[in-house]
Design a protein around this ligand. Structure first.
Ligand code: LUZ
Ligand code: MOS
Length: 764
């Protein structure tokens, strides 16, 4: 199976935002951003910047022609700071100049006089002071509070997980081009063209039809461009509206790192209750989400955290409460998994702690609590087509868990400075946007008179291979070869009112819409063929391999001839279709319903070798049995799984966002923020495509694949933890991710850690 973008990617010919030919007269923008994390703006002095030769204008909040507001779920996010600044890196002004270099140099000449206000970076502190983004929510099944009394073991703990920089290869950016009558065409590196269109229209104070958004592809999104591409687009569009010239802004890496939001760090408290036979009888969890300075998508992320509080276990008594806490950090946002991984880290920590207290392997607890068909989730839905046990037993047998365990034990028995650790990570992830209304998509198909086909959908290609899958859907439905199909750019004038490409649901939603459009076209073409061939009513007619078949026999009539015939018969060769996922609903009062079209399951076994002298480690293998359903493209799906696993491992073991107490990002470059490189990738990643039936709601029964495998990375944390335990059985090991080499080393040598403890002021 080929990959549609392979040739242009390899040749460097694929077009990203910064590759588009620049229009004559283009100006360049650069943001002046807040040098403090919280404060009141007393004055802003940009005269020197404005006097710089080549600078055309400096734009501030006062210049905004519409609303100074880009908040989606909650209107709490100004595009440009007007009175207060709420995080280090918050945009305050926009310099517009004849060249990129001039704009960037002029930014340094701007001075703001800002009265400092107290800075909060910790979500628990924000909570204690009552700074919540939205009211808290609680999901409940049974009565955990009561059930703890009947448990043989009750264990309390705390788990913290860090944020994560998206580090899409292509930074944020946008390019606005003025058309006639104040209309603007925008190129944006966004997962959500409609969100950009809507936000820009709001900021400019114009109707949405005045704004056209076009996206060819992104150099990665990972959630970072679900909501946060909007601001940059609004800034350049505003400049274009004011100056009537094209304006372009591509963020430098350090600007992007400083100004854009990341995965939400969480701090959580848990209580888990088990019976003697290791059944989890009760679980209580409280999540403190570090939302950053504004809501952005945080309330939706918090909701998915609540949905995934149980990971893949049936827990009859569960209470999960979440707080979205406002802090003075860049507004945290969607990131692959969308709050789900954070919840799963907490339940896995609770199980790990229970296992330690009870003196059993964590896998014994995991295994006996796996969801089974018909089990109720705490949000009311029941597990249907549940593959939890299937994935687990397949992984355990296929990869010979007993032998892997024995190898690790033997290795540990005869090595003192290297230790092996092993963990199992089963996952369950719900597929659908948790906002019901977002589960819709559109497609537009043109068949041209030569039989070639142009396909537009709301899907944004960001390296995940959705264009390839859309081509496959169209080719299959129309019974033509892939070469006939062209995927058009994603454009708001061709497919309107789209949901962002997110939630692992892009292929399902857009693919289903595309199927509907192609089926309607096929029906019309069959009718054309009947007339042309004079087929009797009782005889069946269908298209197969670019040929018309009558009564299961191929005829002479080819696809190309049929299309020309349809045109001659004045039959429309264009179709638009809309798809909305059926069967999903959720009641926000009872917090019960059927929010997900289906769930994706899987189990990973992860092994690590730890160098106990250096604190460094190598992941030896990640062995996975995964529920892909009927994969429509194993190459694309394997790529998604492998990439997600490595990204998950990065989140759990390497990527360490450091802010100082003043709220300044210290890990603000790739020298100080480490993402997995080729050396950090596991030596072996073996992803087995389990034979599972898929779902009616999955495109061609090929289950959603974008996010679920990321959560296998959580197993890397626990494998590493077990390796540390093998060296230092009694060391204190808080559940705190990422478990970086530094933290590992300090855990291995607690006496050394004590000498490094912060000294009283004045003693350094
Ligand atoms: N985005 C969103 C998402 O708006 N809603 C969701 O439920 C979601 N889930 C995963 C990733 N992005
Ligand atoms: Mo996403 S976290 O599916 O944009």
């Amino acid at each position: 199976m080929s990959f549609v973008d392979a040739n242009t990617h390899v040749r460097g010919e694929s077009l990203y935002l910064d590759d588009l030919p620049v229009v004559t007269g283009t100006l360049y923008a650069c943001v002046y951003s807040s040098p403090v994390a919280h404060g009141r703006i007393r004055s802003l002095d940009y005269t020197e910047a404005l006097d710089t030769p080549g600078v055309v204008r400096v734009i501030t909040a006062a210049d905004i022609t519409g609303e100074n507001q880009i908040g989606g779920i909650v209107p709490d996010e100004p595009l440009l700071a007007a009175e207060t600044v709420d995080f280090w890196g918050m945009p305050i002004a926009l310099v517009i100049a004849e060249t990129d270099e001039i704009a960037r140099a002029a930014v340094h000449k701007i001075k703001a006089d800002i009265d400092p206000l107290p800075v909060i970076t910790d979500p628990r502190e924000a909570y204690a002071q009552g700074h919540l983004i939205v009211p808290s929510r609680t999901f409940r099944l049974g009565e955990a509070e009561v059930a703890f009394a009947d448990c043989d073991f009750v264990i309390d703990g705390r788990a913290d997980s860090g944020g994560q920089e998206h580090l899409y290869l292509e930074t944020h950016g946008a390019y606005a081009i003025p058309l006639e009558n104040g209309h603007i065409k925008l190129y944006s590196s966004t997962q959500g063209p409609t969100a950009v269109q809507r936000t820009v229209a709001r900021v400019l104070g114009v109707p949405m039809h005045q704004i056209e958004v076009d996206v060819t592809r992104l150099g990665g999104g990972f959630g970072g461009k679900e909501d946060q591409a909007n601001g940059w687009a609004a800034l350049v569009a505003l400049a274009t509206l004011l100056l009537r010239r094209p304006v372009k802004y591509i963020l430098h890496r350090m600007e992007d790192l400083r100004m854009s939001g990341k995965r939400h760090p969480y701090s959580s408290d848990f209580r888990i209750g088990l019976t003697k036979d290791l059944k989890i009888k009760a679980y209580q969890v409280t999540f403190y989400q570090n939302a950053g300075a504004s809501a952005d998508l945080s309330p939706a992320v918090m909701e998915r955290t609540l949905f995934h509080a149980n990971n893949t276990y049936f827990i009859p008594n569960l209470t999960a409460t979440a707080y979205s806490c406002r802090t003075n950090l860049p507004s945290n946002t969607a990131f692959r998994g969308f709050g789900g991984p954070q919840a799963m880290f907490v339940i896995e920590s609770a199980i790990a702690k229970a296992a330690e207290v009870l003196g059993v392997p964590a896998s014994d607890i995991q295994r006996v609590n796996l969801l089974q068909e018909g089990d109720e989730f705490h949000y009311g839905q029941r597990a249907e087509g549940c593959e939890a046990l299937h994935c687990w037993t397949d992984a355990v047998a296929r990869f010979n868990l007993a032998q892997l365990r024995q190898e690790a034990d033997e290795f540990n028995a005869c090595n003192s400075l290297y230790k092996k650790g092993l963990a199992i990570m089963p996952i369950c992830f719900g597929i659908s946007f948790t906002k019901k209304w977002m589960n819709q998509a559109g497609a537009l198909v043109h068949i041209y008179t030569d039989g070639s086909v142009g396909v537009s959908t709301g899907a944004v290609e960001m390296g995940q291979g959705v264009n390839m899958k859309m081509m496959q859907v169209a080719a299959q439905c129309l019974s033509v070869s892939l070469e006939r199909i062209k995927l058009e750019t994603t454009n708001t004038t061709r497919v309107a009112n789209t949901s962002p490409s997110a939630a692992s649901a892009t292929s399902d939603l857009n693919g289903k819409a595309l199927q509907l459009a192609c089926h309607a076209l096929t029906e019309r073409l069959v009718a054309v063929a009947r007339i042309r061939l004079g087929v009797r009513e009782e005889q069946s007619v269908r298209l197969q391999n670019e040929q018309v078949w009558v009564a299961d026999q191929p005829t002479e009539l080819t696809w190309s001839q049929l299309i020309w015939e349809a045109y001659q018969q004045r039959v429309s060769l264009t179709e638009q279709a809309h798809y909305a996922t059926p069967a999903i609903h959720f009641d926000l009062v009872t917090e019960k319903g059927h929010p997900f079209a289906y769930h994706v399951y899987g189990t990973a076994i992860i092994g690590v070798t730890l160098d106990c002298l250096r604190g460094t480690y190598v992941f030896d293998y990640v062995n996975v049995s995964h529920d892909f359903g009927k994969s429509m493209n194993t190459l694309v799906d394997r790529g998604q799984a492998e990439g997600a696993i490595v990204q998950g491992i990065g989140w759990m073991t390497l990527e360490d966002l450091q802010y100082n107490t003043a709220g300044k990002l210290l890990s603000n470059a790739l020298s100080t923020y480490k993402i997995p490189d080729i050396y950090a990738v596991p030596k072996e990643i073996d992803v087995h495509f389990l034979d599972t039936p898929g779902s009616d709601y999955a495109i061609m029964r090929s289950k959603a694949v974008g996010e679920p495998p990321l959560m296998y990375g959580i197993g890397a944390y626990f494998a590493l933890r077990n390796a540390i335990r093998a060296y230092a059985p009694n060391t204190e090991l808080p559940f705190s991710a990422p478990l970086t080499p530094e933290k590992v080393l300090l855990a291995l040598y607690p006496e050394f850690a004590r000498t490094l403890a912060p000294q009283p002021a004045g003693k350094t």
